[in-house]
Each structure stands twice: as structure tokens, then as C-alpha cells.
Design a protein around this ligand. Structure first.
Ligand code: NDP
Length: 246
């Protein structure tokens, strides 16, 4: 049950992070929300509290390890523990390699890979002490297959899966009962396309998403179901994709 669990979510200001926060809060979880747009986090936290839930928030850029550590500290100060940490913040500015969009490459590496590592680094010491916890990392279908234009985005999402499997084995060795889950969504209707900087790629993706994407609540439900499994079992890998998506 996610009831009364303390759940930290990065990238909680929109899309999958926001929908997961709202769903888990309805189920009684205590939320700690991180993203850069603090005003939106406040609106989400206020809405959760108005409905009788509990939520704290902090402006957090996941490319800054110190800010991610502060988010973990906020969870401990407010709620005393961290049961679930969801590394969800991500961007997807895809383009072909020959365009050499180095800023986009660096941003994807910093947010999608390093942000995930910093989240793991911040949460594990607390989970180790508790002898329980759950790390959920958001990868992508693009972390299972690469195509023309997806090189760096796919590389970051493959990396998330590699990091997660190593982490899973390390947690088994540490005997700390920490579960590790990778959620790999297909086309989901969120603000993600706003991070695409190449106009041609963006136009193609908009067409694809208009035809195939499914509501964000589907992924939120998958995350909740992963959390709700009995603690002695874990979904280590889940692909959640529109039924109609190739
Ligand atoms: P959104 O664009 O709606 O949400 C992305 C979130 O990440 C926002 O809350 C944004 O908040 C946050 N974010 C971006 N950069 C940073 C940063 N530097 N520090 C902290 N937070 C940051 O997209 P989705 O909900 O779709 O994306 C969530 C995850 O799902 C991503 O990892 C994405 O790769 C993955 N995914 C999404 C798919 C889809 O089709 N939508 C498919 C496969 C995977 P803010 O700007 O306020 O910081």
C-alpha cells in the first residue's frame, strides 16, 4: 500500500511526476515534490493539502547534487523517512548527431543521467538506515531501442536501466530491503515535447504523439501499482506503452 508512505518525486511540476504525486496523495502517501518551477510545485502541494493530503516541496535542479541532497533533507525534516524516491525529471531534445547540438547532449546527460545518480546518492543513506525503501527510475521505450535521431536521449535512458540493475544488485548485497524499479513509458501526453529544440524533429513528434499518446494517468497508475506490491517482491522492469504504438 502506498498509504502513509513518504514519496519523493523529482520533476514533479508536470506530466508523469505531477500525475503520480496527485494519485499517490489521494491514496494517503506523504509527498515531497522537487522541480525547478517552485510556483507550480506550490500549486500542486496546495491542491493536495486542500484535498486532505500532505505535501512538501522545494525548488530543485537535479543537475545540482547539493539541491538534491536538500530535497532529501526536507523529506526527513517534514516526515522523518523516505520510503520511495522517484527519479523522474527528464528532457528529450532529440536530433541527429550530425547537427552537433552539444548543449542538448550535455543537458540530457546532466538531467537524465546525473540527476538520477544524485537522487540515488541522496536517498540510499536514509533507506540503508531504515532497512527499507524503493527507488523508481523513469527510463523510456527509447531506453530499449534506439533510432535515427534518438542517440543521446536513448543513451541516457539505456544508462538509467544499467544504473538501476547495478543498484538492484548492490541493494541485494547490502541486505537493506531496498527495491529498484525501472518504468519505461512509451508515448505519453505531457509537456516533454517542449524540450525538443529541432523544429523538424518536434513537428514529427507532435504528429506521432497526436496519433498515439495516452493520458499521463496510465503511468501514474503503473507507478502506484509498483509501490503497492508486497515489500518482498519488486517489479524491476516495466514497459507501459500505448496499445496502438508500434
Ligand atoms: P514533462 O516535461 O511533463 O515533465 C518533466 C519534468 O522534469 C518537469 O516537472 C520538469 O520540471 C522536470 N525537470 C526538467 N529539468 C529539470 C531539472 N534540471 N531539475 C529538476 N527537474 C527538471 O515530461 P514527462 O512527464 O513526460 O517526463 C517525465 C519523465 O518521463 C522523463 O524522464 C521522460 O524522459 C520520461 N518519459 C516520458 C515519455 C513521454 O512520452 N512523455 C516517454 C518516455 C519517458 P521543471 O521544468 O519545473 O524543472
Amino acid at each position: 500500500m502506498s498509504e502513509a508512505k513518504v514519496v519523493v518525486i523529482t520533476g514533479a511540476s508536470s506530466g508523469i511526476g505531477k500525475a503520480s504525486a496527485e494519485l499517490l496523495a489521494k491514496d494517503g502517501a506523504k509527498l515531497v515534490l522537487g522541480a525547478r518551477r517552485e510556483n507550480i510545485l506550490k500549486e500542486i502541494a496546495d491542491k493536495i493539502e486542500k484535498l486532505g493530503g500532505q505535501a512538501a516541496y522545494k525548488a530543485t535542479d537535479v543537475t545540482d547534487d547539493a539541491q538534491v541532497e536538500e530535497l532529501a533533507k526536507l523529506a526527513i525534516e517534514k516526515f522523518g523517512r523516505i520510503d520511495v524516491w522517484i527519479n523522474n525529471a527528464g528532457i528529450m531534445p532529440q536530433s541527429v548527431l550530425s547537427e552537433k547540438k552539444i548543449q542538448d547532449w550535455n543537458n540530457m546527460i546532466d538531467i537524465n543521467i546525473k540527476g538520477t545518480l544524485y537522487g540515488i546518492g541522496a536517498a540510499i543513506p536514509y533507506m540503508d538506515k531504515q532497512k527499507s525503501g524503493h527507488i523508481i527510475n523513469v527510463s523510456s521505450v527509447a531506453g530499449h531501442v534506439a533510432h535515427s535521431g534518438s542517440a543521446v536521449y536513448s543513451a541516457t535512458k539505456y544508462a538509467v536501466r544499467a544504473i538501476s540493475e547495478s543498484l538492484r544488485q548492490e541493494m541485494v548485497d547490502a541486505k537493506n530491503n531496498v527495491r529498484v524499479t525501472v518504468i519505461s513509458p512509451g508515448a505519453i501526453n505531457t509537456e516533454l515535447l517542449s524540450s525538443v529544440t529541432d523544429p523538424e524533429v518536434k513537428a514529427g513528434m507532435e504528429k506521432f504523439y497526436a496519433a498515439y499518446s495516452i493520458p499521463v494517468e496510465r503511468v501514474a497508475l503503473t507507478i502506484k501499482q509498483a509501490i503497492d506490491l508486497p515489500a518482498d517482491a519488486a517489479w524491476n522492469e516495466v514497459i507501459i506503452r500505448p496499445t496502438s504504438q508500434l
